[in-house]
Design a binder for this molecule. Structure first.
Ligand code: FAD
Length: 203
């Protein structure tokens, strides 16, 4: 049975989890699909994340971000998105084929979403499925990181409703920037849905 949601996020690393905190808090039904291989995960201590002067391991940083997005109502699914397709329906423009390694069974589920945020960093297949071209990111000297051709901070692609977050947008390779850029994508999607610029101000 196909599940219908508002926002599907492919990749639960730094940018994907950040986006989910915001879209879920704004009331958009949000699911994060993740294969658990964020680049920050093996780092023993991250010293440059503002607000954490004592440092934090990559694993703990991801765990805290995940806890935060779950507390806002987003769902986290340990699974690989193996196909991404476009649909005709305005309210449900994308179909994701998701493969969960649940127990010993390889289960495949279909998810239908109005918005998709591709936050999969080095894994380009979701963008290739959609015919979105990538190029070597000039922001990362190793030459091993790609971005959407002409990538920009707002993460837009040529396909309405399809966004990229994190390094795929062409940003510099620092976690706090990936978190901020993922948040920008979420804010833009929420603003589009609500028909006015979104703000989240706590009391
Ligand atoms: C060795 C190294 C050290 C670093 N050290 C620092 C540091 O000290 N400080 C700092 O600020 N930054 C550091 N960085 C950079 C930081 O890791 C990145 O800027 C950040 O992780 C980018 O976030 P992202 O969301 O784009 O990708 P990631 O955080 O890498 O997340 C991508 C996620 O997508 C998932 N995924 C991929 N394909 C699929 C799929 N088909 N379906 C489901 N999920 C999928 C992956 O499993 C992963 O969890 C370091 C990077 C490296 C390589």
């Amino acid at each position: 049975m196909t599940k219908y949601i508002d926002v599907a996020i492919i990749g639960g690393g730094i940018s994907g989890l950040s986006a989910a905190v915001y879209t879920a808090e704004a009331g958009l039904k949000t699911m994060v699909f993740d294969t658990g291989k964020s680049q920050i995960k093996p780092i023993s201590t991250v010293w440059n994340f503002p607000g954490i002067p004592e440092g934090i391991s990559g694993q703990d940083l991801l765990a805290k971000m995940k806890e935060q997005m779950l507390s806002m109502g987003a769902e986290y699914i340990e699974a690989s998105v193996r196909e991404l397709k476009q649909k005709e329906e305005a309210e449900s423009r994308f179909l994701l084929e998701v493969s969960s390694k649940d127990k010993e069974v390889d289960e495949v589920e279909e998810i239908s979403a109005k918005y998709v945020i591709v936050a999969s960093n080095v894994h380009l297949k979701p963008l290739q499925d959609m015919g979105v071209e990538t190029e070597v990111s000039p922001a990362v000297p190793s030459g091993k990181i790609s971005r959407v051709v002409g990538g920009s901070w707002n993460g837009e692609t040529k396909i309405p409703g399809l966004y990229v977050a994190g390094l795929l947008s062409g940003i510099s390779t620092q976690s706090i920037i990936a978190a901020g850029q993922g948040t920008q994508v979420a804010m833009d999607i929420i603003s589009l849905e609500k028909g006015k610029a979104h703000v989240w101000h706590d009391k």
